[in-house]
Write a protein that binds this ligand. Structure first.
Ligand code: NAP
Length: 490
């Protein structure tokens, strides 16, 4: 049911950049409060964000769907605990359609710049092809995992074969009978390696760092489970609450590596010991860093796949590519005809190279020269009426990002309502408030597993810039109520 609408809200115009889960969440939240004058600009030809791009074999979310879904759009017919990519994309499309988001989306529109004008108190958003939009508020929902990262390794052009990134899977390239190199061994590789291992002639997995694993079978639900979820009152809500608390426990293990973390590390080690029967593979695949420092992977099929006769796990660093394949620093040449980059994303780049200019023309990239930071991950001093979805320090190692996105959408909506209620033309976070909240947030990392190794959560200075240092429940408390005292209204 739509909640109360503030008078005048429908006149506020908002541009949302990005039509993944974040952009859809923001647009729905605004619409549910009467703010329907919204344009969503999306670079891709369709909505979906990460779930549109990541179509690699086995792509799924390892956060159970009961939690990895909007609280107000609960589905009772998920086919598995952790839904496959197509099911999640279908869900997002359905929710967007049901809430009238689709007609607000302008697809195939890559935004190149957003500039604030102090005189008119408007954002001008410009697409690469020169089209422009003007808005009173800007919501940047481009996420953290949107720019595939391909390391510069000498000689790639020399390889007499084909290469692509896991987030841009080339489905036209049949892997049957091929000699394939997978570079990287994170969450994406853990999902597609077991799938393609069955198909290729030979698979070489180049691993730089090993991972901690926990089990995930993810079999299709039997009919009786689906029937129970559908018909037993309260069961769906109970499962969502259970997954929520399980996820909070995972975060507790990262926050307290010497106590709760040890318990989960033992659980993981016992599971991995059972899975890794081959002593050589076990030695190579065993992590040498604190549990939870990098993302813990959920798979019951990846480690067995590494022990297949046609799969080799290589831990020697790559020296360069050569015409026949990949040469490692020990001088060995691994013959391959296909290279799949599973090397993740430029996570600390956020929305850049998009240019964002705030009050007085200041550039966000310069403001963030020493690392991205924002109040509650959403608002930045000097950038009036701008809200970030899944911005700095709002990634979660244990929880569901959808939970954070709902909080952020409601917070941005409240800020715009507060602006309207005051007859103001802009709302901007106070510099002292943002500086204090960032300092308090960073002060929570020492002693946690997040600082115990290098990871994509940290920028080149070592600062954790992607992750929230606490629990979902803490983020909820911090963002439930927009506090006008923390903001300036013009
Ligand atoms: P990732 O976790 O960042 O993994 C990248 C892999 O590439 C790592 O093994 C990394 O090694 C390696 N690598 C990076 N640069 C390298 C280089 N120059 N030379 C050799 N190896 C290199 O990327 P991802 O697997 O695509 O996953 C990214 C994130 O997406 C995940 O952490 C997760 O948040 C999300 N994701 C989620 C799901 C899900 O089910 N919810 C599934 C897939 C992805 P190092 O560890 O040594 O850096």
């Amino acid at each position: 049911m739509p909640r109360a609408t503030l008078p005048g809200m429908s006149r506020t115009r908002v541009v949302v950049v990005g039509a993944g889960f974040g952009g859809v969440a923001a647009t729905i939240e605004l619409a549910r409060h009467g703010l329907t004058d919204v344009n969503v600009l999306e670079a891709a030809p369709e909505i979906g964000g990460t779930w549109l791009y990541n179509t690699y074999p086995g792509a799924a979310c390892d956060v159970p769907s009961h939690l990895y879904s909007f609280s107000y759009a609960q589905r009772r017919d998920w086919t598995r605990l952790c839904s496959p990519q197509a099911e999640i994309l279908d869900y997002l499309r359905g929710v967007a359609r049901d809430h009238g988001v689709l007609e607000k989306v302008v697809c195939s529109t890559r935004v190149s710049s957003c500039a604030w004008d102090d005189d008119t108190a408007t954002w001008t958003v410009t697409a690469e092809d020169g089209r422009t939009w003007e808005a009173e508020a800007l919501i940047v929902a481009t996420g953290q995992l949107n720019q595939p990262s391909i390391p510069r390794i000498e000689g790639l052009d020399d390889v007499a074969g084909h290469s692509f990134h896991s987030a841009r899977w080339d489905h036209a390239h049949d892997l049957t009978g091929r000699r394939v190199a997978v570079i990287g061994s994170g969450a994406s590789a853990a999902q597609f390696v077991p799938e393609i291992a069955k198909q290729v002639a030979h698979l070489t997995v180049f691993q730089r760092t090993a991972n901690w694993f926990l089990p995930r079978r993810n079999r299709r639900y039997p009919g009786w489970v689906r029937a129970a979820v559908r018909h037993v009152p309260g069961l769906q809500a109970y499962r969502r609450a259970f997954v929520f608390h399980y996820a909070e426990a995972l975060t507790a293990s990262i926050r307290h590596p010497r106590t709760i973390g040890r318990v989960l590390a033992l659980r993981s080690a016992a599971f991995m010991r059972l899975q890794l029967r081959d002593p050589e593979v076990r030695r190579k695949a065993w992590p040498d860093y604190t549990f939870g420092c990098k993302r813990v992977l959920f798979s019951s099929t990846y480690l067995p796949a590494l022990q297949r006769p046609n799969v080799e796990l290589v831990t020697e660093p790559i020296a360069r590519f050569v015409p026949d394949g990949v040469r490692t620093v020990d001088g060995r040449v691994h013959a391959v005809d296909t290279v799949i980059w599973a090397t993740g994303f430029a996570t600390t780049r956020f929305m850049f190279p998009m240019e964002i200019r705030g009050s007085g023309g200041i550039e966000l990239e310069k403001v963030w020269a020493d690392g991205p930071h924002a109040h509650l991950g959403m608002t930045v001093p000097g950038f009036p009426s701008m809200f970030l979805m899944y911005g700095p320090n709002t990634n979660t190692s244990g929880g569901s990002i959808i939970f954070y996105l709902e909080q952020q959408a409601a917070y941005a909506r409240q800020a715009l309502q507060a602006m309207r209620a005051r007859g103001a033309s802009s709302v901007v976070v106070r510099e002292d408030v943002e500086a204090a909240s960032d300092a308090a947030l960073q002060a929570r990392f020492p002693g946690t597993a997040w600082l115990a190794c290098d990871s994509w959560y940290r920028d080149r200075t070592g600062r954790v810039v992607t992750n929230w240092p606490g629990y979902m429940s803490e983020y909820k408390r911090a963002t439930d109520r927009f506090d006008p005292a923390e903001y300036e209204f013009a």
